[in-house]
Design a protein around this ligand. Structure first.
Ligand code: GLY
Length: 426
């Protein structure tokens, strides 16, 4: 079984690790990959966002399956191009990936289908968006760029002035470029957030265990929003009844609405949920595995990842496949980031990486090799450090200690990943 994995982050390193641990006979090729992936698989320099280049590599290597990690190649139509050439690909088409790439379109789809989500309006003119805030929404309110904005397009505004400023920056100053041609003015929701992933063939779903992400840079959920500073699983709030409820009232009706629209979604559907006092509601959908939740979730998997992925990529149905199974205990992932992250990460710093037991997995994200071979920092989020243990407290401690032992100048990491779970467990 030869697999081409697209992407270069910690999520892709975790996917590579999971696929190879499941089946050592897998011949894994990653494009472009990263130095961590290069230790376990062959890597090839390639623009993963170029459908023609991806198809050429897949054909040249005669791969059996292409797994697409990030959203950008999906939005660029890589899966469409692979399917045209009958190459099995795990991930949605560009039209289906609009669940993530068009927040405006997805909000309209959810509201029309009666899927629980916050009320919102979409605007292209700043004056009309501000009027919506002033007259119909008030503060707090959420302002979102409709398109892809590297995880930074959602601005929670606590005052009217903050909302006006966010609208100006998105619609007029275009801080997110064309992703901000439309913005959503959205009702603020209260509750805890939960990330629930499901592998889907477009009709049926195989949900994974839920995780909780930590978006803010600093301990206590303070500081600027980031791509995610850590995650943990399982989340005790996520009971089997809750997952069943989300499946029945959110996942299946969304897939039905997407089929009806003519953009059936296959691959990994990521539901970002708010557990509100009125029940779970959708904050956002993503069209791919989450980062860093994947780095926490996949090491807990004890059943096959490859079988459902391959079935979906080949166009088979998964309704009769067994659900995923998980090891007991807990998994906590701490992201180690460069100084200056998220605004201006300072890179090029040499890294000293200690060795760890198998209960600690260090997934590379922003690393590269200097000409002499020295491992160095090359991005904002540098590593995702996952610890597995029999209890949440032990996993939290081990993840924090492992993150602290990774040596590079100015390394940043949170010491409180999973603090809500810690408070719940007492
Ligand atoms: N963890 C958030 C995301 O992957 O979008």
């Amino acid at each position: 079984m030869k697999i081409l994995l697209l992407g270069s982050g910690g999520r892709e390193h975790a996917l590579a690790d999971a696929l190879l641990r499941e089946n050592t006979a897998v011949d894994l090729l990653a494009a472009p990959g990263n130095p961590g992936i290069a230790e376990i698989a062959r890597t090839v320099a390639l623009d993963a966002n170029d459908p023609r280049a991806v198809c050429a590599l897949a054909q040249q290597e005669a791969v059996d399956l292409v797994v697409v990690g990030p959203e950008a190649p999906l939005a660029a139509g890589v899966v469409d191009a692979l399917r045209d050439r009958r190459i099995p690909a795990f991930g949605p088409t560009a039209g289906a990936a609009e669940v993530e790439t068009s927040k405006a379109g997805t909000k309209a789809l959810m509201l029309a289908a009666g899927i629980p989500t916050a009320h919102a309006e979409t605007h292209r003119r700043a004056s009309e968006a501000k009027e919506a805030v002033r007259i119909r929404f008030g503060a707090p309110v959420v302002i979102k760029a409709s398109g892809l904005a590297a995880g930074k397009g959602v601005i929670v505004c606590h005052t009217l002035d903050e909302a006006y400023d966010a609208i100006d920056r998105i619609l007029d100053a275009r801080i997110f470029g064309e992703a901000g041609a439309e913005c959503l003015v959205e009702q603020f929701m209260t509750g805890e957030e939960l990330s629930l992933f499901a592998v889907t063939d477009g009709t049926d779903v195989l949900p994974m265990i839920a995780a909780q992400d930590h978006k803010r840079l600093l301990d206590g959920d303070d500081g600027p929003n980031t791509g995610g500073m850590g995650a943990y699983t399982p989340v005790s709030l996520s009971t089997p009844a809750l997952v069943d409820d989300v499946t029945e009232r959110i996942l299946l009706p969304t897939l039905h609405a997407l089929r009806k629209r003519g953009t059936p979604f296959t691959g990994l559907l990521y539901a970002g949920l708010m557990l509100t006092p009125e029940g779970p509601k959708v904050v956002e959908f993503n069209c791919r595995f989450g980062d860093p939740e994947t780095q926490a979730i996949l090491p807990m998997l004890t059943s096959s990842l490859l079988d459902p992925m391959l079935a979906v990529a080949r166009g088979a149905r998964i309704g009769s496949m067994p659900g995923f199974t998980w090891r007991a205990g807990a998994s906590v992932t701490t992201v180690v980031a460069s100084p200056g992250y998220p605004d201006k990460p300072l890179t090029g710093r040499p890294i000293e990486l200690p060795s760890f037991s198998d209960a600690v997995r260090v997934y590379h994200a922003g690393t590269s090799r200097a000409p002499g071979g020295q491992l160095q920092t090359s991005g904002g989020r540098v590593f995702a450090v996952t610890a597995l243990a029999d209890s949440f407290a032990a996993a939290q401690r081990a993840s924090r200690e492992a993150a602290a032992s990774i040596g590079f100048d100015g390394a940043l990491y949170r010491r409180d990943i999973g603090w809500r779970e810690a408070a719940r467990l007492g």
